[in-house]
Design a protein around this ligand. Structure first.
Ligand code: C2E
Ligand code: CA
Ligand code: CA
Length: 510
């Protein structure tokens, strides 16, 4: 029960979480390959560094011993010295002095297999020689030699143990081949890998000090190790991303809900009030009506302009109860201030959703009755900025208003979807010409929009529609519009939107 409730409340963030969490590992699918390759390269670099260190330390040791005078097997204690050096130097596991391909003395007795072997030392730089034995049981034997006056000093270098170097927890799953560049046939390795590894698991690293090259091969087991890890990491990354996204979505939704909540609170407390902006006939200076523009009056007295909440109110349909509250106040104002005398109209802004039911019509009828108002005291304006889903249904709904005697106008003419079809299909009497076009009605700049303004006016006259110019700010615009047959003016030139009280005072002074 509780889980169900929780799921319902958080279903969208939860869906986002699930989607990302499931999709993440799929998208990050090749992470394991990447991890395996990356780690193999790191293992190779570490291993090469170890070999390099071992070779250089052996080199230094041989040079040091080579410089000791009378360092030959006839001298007393030389074998002991060799044994001591091997004991001290971890990079070396055997040291010997050779002459005529025979070991004269050494740190320890030579293994049998090695004794039989003809050391195939090949020249390196600075009198050094190197050999790698990689046959039969003689695996990973790497020898470094130095020719001295007293014979050839040979060190068997401690080979690196790849199993200790690799970070992958798998036994014998990596193998290597060390090649010495420039020396034919020099190849040294363990060759213990059971299966033949795929090419992509082969990593080459060139060492900076000596010219050798290390090739590391990884078997399937190695890749499998990182496969598990890659899966784990990608699931982890996906879970983190999914959580962050879900929290973001939740926050966004809460913000929306909180806007809905505060508007709802505002509606509950009657904070939305009508402001009135006069519409004046410029020929007679008669106030023919006013547009009703909503204002949100917060308890602390601040006024919020419609731009900040109308878009959300429209989207969330809170505009419906809001208009209902406005209408009730407008009817009361028409009655209280006696504006209803004469042909004065209060023009209400509608959204397409108002036409989906007859609630508004029913309310208007009851207000007309209650305050003894004439239908002509109201007018409705429908903006062209929003598209009507069903033009003929909207037309039928509007006709119900016009039959009652309530006039219908098209708002923001020229800016939206309407065009000719609205004028043809809808029972409207008036075009309200948008400020955007009215702004061009000044002497001088003859631009495209001014041509549009003239086209709209022409179109209205041709269609026998009344016109109201919106956003008129100067007398020169009034003169221009009058010259073009547009006489009804709404704009700061006559009056800004005002509270009922201010509007009533303004009416008396005008
Ligand atoms: P609108 O329906 O086009 O209203 C005209 C807007 O132009 C009003 O802005 C008005 O104050 C402004 N205006 C009028 N004359 C002038 C002028 O000379 N100069 C300038 N610069 N501006 C002028 P407002 O009151 O901010 O309203 C903005 C929009 O909010 C309205 O545009 C309308 O689309 C919407 N709105 C306002 N009240 C309601 C309402 O009750 N219901 C609905 N659905 N929308 C509303
Ligand atoms: Ca309007
Ligand atoms: Ca308008």
């Amino acid at each position: 029960m509780f889980l169900k409730l929780l799921l319902r409340r958080y279903r969208i963030p939860f869906a986002v979480f699930l989607f990302v969490a499931l999709l993440g590992p799929v998208l990050l699918g090749s992470l394991d390959r990447h991890l395996a390759r990356h780690n193999l390269r790191a293992d190779a670099e570490r291993m090469l560094e170890q070999i390099d260190t071992a070779v250089r330390r052996s080199e230094a040791l041989l040079r040091e011993l080579g410089a000791v005078s009378g360092f030959d097997c006839e001298t007393q204690g030389v074998s002991q010295r060799l044994a001591d050096e091997v004991f001290e130097e971890p990079a070396v596991r055997w040291l010997g002095l050779m002459r005529d391909k025979r070991v004269q003395c050494a740190s320890a007795p030579l293994r049998r297999e090695l004794q039989d072997y003809h050391f195939a030392l090949k020249p390196l730089k600075d009198q050094f020689l190197i050999a790698a034995l990689n046959e039969g049981q003689l695996r990973d034997v790497l020898l470094l030699g130095l020719d001295t006056e007293n014979g050839r000093l040979v060190a068997n270098i401690q080979p690196p143990d790849i199993d200790l170097i690799t970070r992958a927890e798998c036994e014998g799953c990596v193998d290597y081949i060390l090649k010495l560049q420039g020396i034919e046939g020099f190849q040294f390795g363990r060759n213990e890998l059971d299966e033949i590894p795929a090419e992509i698991h082969r990593v080459q690293v060139s060492a900076p000090q000596v010219d050798y090259e290390l090739v590391l091969y990884a078997g399937k087991e190695f890749v499998d190790y990182y496969l598990g890890m890659g899966w784990f990491v990608s699931v982890l990354i996906s879970l983190v991303c999914a959580t962050v996204l879900a929290i973001l979505v939740h926050a966004l939704l809460s913000l929306r809900n909180s806007l809905r909540f505060v508007i709802q609170q505002g509606l509950n407390h009657g904070e939305f009030v009508p402001y009135y902006q006069p519409i004046v006939d410029s020929r007679t200076r008669e106030v023919v009506g006013a547009e009703v523009l909503v204002r949100w009056k917060k308890p602390d007295g601040t006024m919020i302009p419609p731009g900040q909440f109308i878009p959300f109110a429209e989207e969330s349909l809170l505009i419906l109860p809001m208009t209902e509250q406005l209408l009730a106040q407008v009817a009361r104002d028409l009655d209280r201030y006696r504006w209803r005398q004469g042909a004065f109209f209060a023009s209400i802004n509608l959204v397409p959703e108002h036409l989906d039911s007859d609630d508004l019509l029913v309310q208007l009828k009851s207000l007309l009755e209650r305050y003894h108002l004439k239908p002509q005291n109201f007018s409705i304006e429908l903006t062209e900025r929003r598209q009507l889903a069903n033009l003929s249904a909207a037309s039928e709904a509007l006709k119900a208003f016009t039959r009652l005697g309530i006039d219908a106008k098209i708002d923001d003419a020229g800016t939206g979807y309407g065009g000719f079809s609205y004028v043809q299909e809808l029972p409207i009497s008036t075009l309200k010409i948008d400020k955007m076009f009215v702004d061009t009605a000044v002497d001088g700049n003859l631009d495209v929009k001014r041509t549009v303004l003239e086209a709209i006016i022409e179109f209205a006259h041709h269609s026998e529609l009344e016109t109201i110019a919106e956003g008129v700010e100067s007398e020169s615009q009034v003169a221009y519009l009058q010259a073009h047959g547009v006489n009804l003016i709404q704009g700061y030139v006559y009056g800004r939107p005002m509270s009922a009280e201010d509007f009533d005072r303004w009416l008396k002074d005008f």
